[in-house]
Design a protein around this ligand. Structure first.
Ligand code: SF4
Ligand code: SF4
Length: 540
């Protein structure tokens, strides 16, 4: 199926904010090319044991649903209302104050009222009222209730797959209503009748098949790490080791597969390898746990649990003491918000202590998994790394707080601490676009696919405008972030809205600045680009 042509930025920016003529319940859903994602492939659904595998696409008239689809959805809704008290509360307590209305990047970028968080939730609430509240059963539309029909189901699909579960709206809601949780429930219900998207289902299936989202076999992981070790040797003169599937080491290192296989994530991965070599860390990569990302978050609670368990099963098999996690997004949300309830604390591992500084990571007492930014910031704070920030002088850097480490973990200071020690030129974006108010890349939660490009560019527009502002004011040319999805989606977003700004991981910047024992004089950064000053010297 051919991808839709994405409008040019000057066409796309002409956003119409006037609401449609018709009331929202009577405004039909139009599956416009460029604003939806391909359906989940039957092969992947079968591999995951999900219901109703078949060939279909969202614009089709007939979605080939099971005959009793309505009963399945309503029974699923009943079960979830009983099981998740927060969900029932979110269905009942919204006072429609509108504080969240203009906080969603998809509403800002599209002007579509159904992308206002309050109305996105109402798509599901209206059905909840109709079948589960006395007023809705009795007064129907007057009480904001409506029947569940095929058109309603299609509307859910369109708009729950236009929410990146970023949770920005929840920061502004006086009741703390978390639209991401509502979207997750909406997607879970859709999954019960086989309605999901391929950019979620295929990576999840691949993760069980080969260990990672991209479906790369163990030999491929080994080859990629070897290529990176060769590149490191070329740039620095230092040959780093590649511990892989090693039993009995102290630490299992888990990072998203985007760090192994796709630029610019590979430079971040080279950064990890150089850091671990320099401090003599006793660790291993794993081919079985070669994925930090957890696409269960975009499928169902059951899938979150299954995918998270895989990392811990590998830690047990290898006999490590604790786990160190790389620059990933939703892996950290799962760890911090769901793991304890779903999988239980990882009591078979040790409470993490840095073997280099002796720092005890008390916040990881239950999960036994430490974020690489905390680990590295602690090394710098204890004077364990020699850094030459002038090696990053070609870069004017700003930092994008990735939604999950920021809003799910509160990890604000550590990345900034690392960047400010690794770079001389760091500039923050506007206050209401960073930290807990950070704006989404527009491509998370499985939406970062090519067929959905127009919607990605719309959703990412507010973030891009904040980058544009620091580019114009301070000459920013590097956008740092701590998430593999961000590294992929922000790259397309910058090329579209702010050409000239490239995307980097925090540990790429760190490794550029890292002065390693026995290294040769560096002429280039990790990308092979001349260090500022060196190129000028050579032309003298
Ligand atoms: S801010 Fe909260 S209470 Fe107000 S409309 Fe939005 S979800 Fe409802
Ligand atoms: S969670 Fe994010 S994408 Fe979803 S409605 Fe809220 S702000 Fe929009």
């Amino acid at each position: 199926m051919a991808s839709a042509k994405t409008p040019k930025p000057d066409e796309l920016i002409a956003i119409r904010y006037a609401p449609p003529e018709t009331p929202w319940m009577e405004t039909p859903t139009v599956f416009r090319p460029g604003t939806w994602s391909y359906s989940g492939g039957a092969k992947s659904l079968t591999a995951l044991g999900l219901p109703n595998p078949r060939a279909w696409q969202p614009p089709d008239e007939d979605w080939k649903l099971p005959e009793n689809w309505k009963g399945i959805i309503l029974e699923g809704l009943r079960e979830r209302l009983e099981k998740h008290r927060s969900f029932r509360l979110f269905m009942d307590i919204c006072v429609r104050c509108g504080a969240c209305a203009d906080k969603c990047h998809f509403f800002i970028g599209s002007g579509d009222p159904k992308n206002m968080p309050v109305l996105r939730a109402e798509l599901l609430r209206s059905v909840y009222r109709r079948y589960f509240t006395a007023s809705g059963k009795r007064f129907g539309k007057l009480a904001g209730a409506r029947d569940l029909t095929i058109d309603v189901l299609k509307e859910w699909f369109y708009y729950f797959y236009q929410c990146t579960e970023c949770r920005r709206c929840s920061v502004f809601c006086p009741y703390g209503i978390d639209q991401a949780e509502i979207t997750m429930m909406g997607r879970e219900l859709l999954n019960l009748v086989g309605c999901n998207i391929n950019w979620v289902i295929e990576p999840a299936a691949n993760c069980f098949r080969t260990g990672n989202h991209l479906g790369i076999q163990p030999g491929g992981v080994k080859d990629m790490l070897e290529f990176m070790a060769d590149d490191i040797a070329d740039r620095t003169g230092v040959r780093v080791e590649i511990p892989l599937n090693k039993k009995g080491v102290d630490i299992l290192f888990v990072t998203p597969s985007g760090d192994y296989f796709a630029d610019p994530g590979t430079y971040t991965c080279m950064g990890y390898m150089m850091l671990f070599h320099e401090i003599g860390l006793n660790y291993t990569f794993s081919t079985y746990a070669s994925e930090g990302g957890n696409f269960g978050l975009f499928t169902s609670h059951e899938m979150i649990k299954r995918l998270n368990a895989k990392i811990y099963a590998e830690a047990k098999r290898l006999g490590v003491k604790w786990i160190l996690g790389g620059e990933c997004g939703h892996m950290w949300r799962v760890l911090h918000q769901y793991m304890d309830t779903m999988n239980g604390p990882a009591d078979f591992l040790e409470e993490p202590v840095s073997p280099i500084t002796g720092t005890r990571f008390e916040n990881a007492r239950s999960t036994k998994m430490v974020h690489i930014a905390e680990f590295t910031a602690d090394l710098i704070r204890n004077g364990k790394l020699k850094l030459d920030p002038s090696r990053n002088d070609a870069h004017r850097v700003t930092f994008h707080d990735s939604c999950n480490p920021a809003r799910a973990m509160g990890l604000f200071e550590e990345p900034r601490y690392i960047i400010s020690h690794a770079c001389n030129h760091f500039h923050e974006m506007a206050e209401d676009t960073i930290r807990e108010k950070t704006l989404c890349c527009g491509g998370g939660a499985g939406l970062g696919n090519d067929e959905n490009m127009e919607m990605r560019m719309r959703g990412g527009m507010p973030r891009a405008m904040a980058v544009k502002q620091v580019k114009e004011k301070h000459g920013v040319n590097r956008l740092a972030c701590m998430c593999a999805i961000d590294r992929a989606t922000l790259t397309s977003l910058m090329d579209y809205w702010v050409p000239g700004v490239t995307v980097t991981g925090v540990h790429e910047l760190l490794a550029n600045a890292l002065v390693m024992k026995g290294e040769k004089e560096r002429a280039t950064d990790l990308r092979g680009e001349p260090l500022q000053g060196k190129a000028a010297d050579e032309t003298l």
